[in-house]
Design a protein around this ligand. Structure first.
Ligand SMILES: [Zn+2]
Length: 374
């Protein structure tokens, strides 16, 4: 049954969930078991604490030597600060992942962790040029993750795409070279080029236009991080000038109705990460995050965790928390989840297989897709 407000407009595309979405309740268990797609996930934000301890000890990296201290070093303080401070949380993981074995291992463990949360399709992104401080070549920093992907997929049922991240603060020429190199690994699972890093100091993604042109010409897909600063949507608008089909984050677009209309018209998906946005102080509280408003405006969105270790959250936990804070219903979460497959950087045949598998699973849970919600 649709619910309507006093003017007769539908409140949401689902509503009246018979499964309560409270932590530990049947709705939360359903979300945990639901097959999921996650599109916005950073390798260096996903390090297991025990793995970090082993890498620190065996690589002689100056880092904590006990679980509690390492947890405190890797997991972001829950008090919101800024994107700059959140980015600092990556310094230790990056320092620990400077050889092929470490990169490969962390990739395998991330795929296994996601598979255990029933994330059956995921895209993992990392910045190869941040992992060459101890002698790896650019190519080796890509190949190690490709090997980890292959082994992770062998051990699980997950389908995994890889996204090479160009860093905003790096010289545009370095990123152009990275784009060309990344394109050589499409047979090994590299599917796209991304741009990430400090927006405040390096606001203009168009500085790296050449890298994006090289990537697109070579057959890679593209995406850009934008909208972690409250700037009225200006960062998201600039990202669109690169012609990307997906923006990483981008929820600040809500401030600009015309931008929201453009995103809808151009079918550009925002891969939002609500908890991460709160930790970066983009939005003060989860309750203030506009993911539900964007979805109900018709702006395409997907929901991801960004950095499961730094944010200390699984995708299932993220979905339950977002639902509780923003009112997104189970049918809405399910449609957002399926949309992730529609815009995934994966071959159409594989996407169709995954979509069929997801829908078959949903036959067990008619609450996810009530007949009047389509
Ligand atoms: Zn991100």
């Amino acid at each position: 049954m649709k619910r309507f407000n006093e003017e007769g407009a539908p409140l949401s595309d689902g509503g009246g969930d018979p499964l309560q979405l409270t932590s530990g309740g049947p709705g939360a268990r359903l979300i945990a078991e639901m097959p999921k797609a996650e599109l916005h996930l950073h390798l260096d934000g996903s390090l297991r604490v025990t793995t970090a301890l082993e890498l620190a000890a065996t690589r002689d990296v100056d880092a904590p030597r006990t679980y509690a201290e390492m947890f405190a070093a890797l997991v972001w303080d829950p008090h919101p600060t800024s994107q700059a401070n959140l980015l600092r949380a990556f310094e230790l993981p990056v320092a620990l992942m400077q050889d092929a074995e470490a990169l490969e291992r962390v990739t395998i463990e991330l795929i296994e962790a996601k598979a255990s949360d029933n994330v059956e399709y995921l895209e993992i992104r990392w910045a190869p040029l941040l992992h060459i401080q101890r002698g790896l070549s650019d190519a080796e920093a890509i190949e190690a993750v490709c090997r980890g992907r292959r082994e992770g997929m062998r051990r699980t049922d997950a389908t995994v795409g890889l996204i090479c991240v160009a860093v905003r603060s790096h010289p545009p020429e370095d990123n152009r070279r990275l784009a060309a190199l990344a394109a050589d690994y499409q047979d090994e699972g590299v599917v796209a080029l991304d741009l990430a890093g400090l927006e405040a100091h390096y606001p203009d993604p168009l500085d790296h236009r050449a890298a994006f042109e090289v990537a697109a010409a070579a057959g890679l897909r593209t995406t850009v991080h934008a909208g972690e600063l409250q700037d009225g949507g200006a960062g998201v608008r600039r990202a669109l000038e690169l012609g990307v089909p997906r923006v990483a984050h981008g929820a600040t677009a809500i401030a600009d109705p015309q931008l929201c209309a453009d995103l809808r018209a151009r079918e550009v998906t925002l891969d939002v990460c609500p908890t991460s946005n709160v930790q970066a102080a983009t939005f003060a509280r989860l309750e203030d995050h506009p993911v539900a408003a964007l979805h109900r405006l018709g702006v395409p969105v997907s929901i991801s965790t960004d950095d499961p270790t730094i944010s200390n959250i699984t995708l299932s936990e993220e979905l339950v928390a977002v639902s509780a804070a923003t009112g997104l219903t189970l049918p809405e979460l399910w449609r957002i989840n399926l949309h992730g497959l529609d815009v995934a950087f994966v071959e159409p045949d594989r996407a169709s297989e995954l979509r069929a598998r997801f829908r078959r699973w949903a036959d067990w849970a008619p609450e996810l897709a009530p007949a009047d919600a389509e």
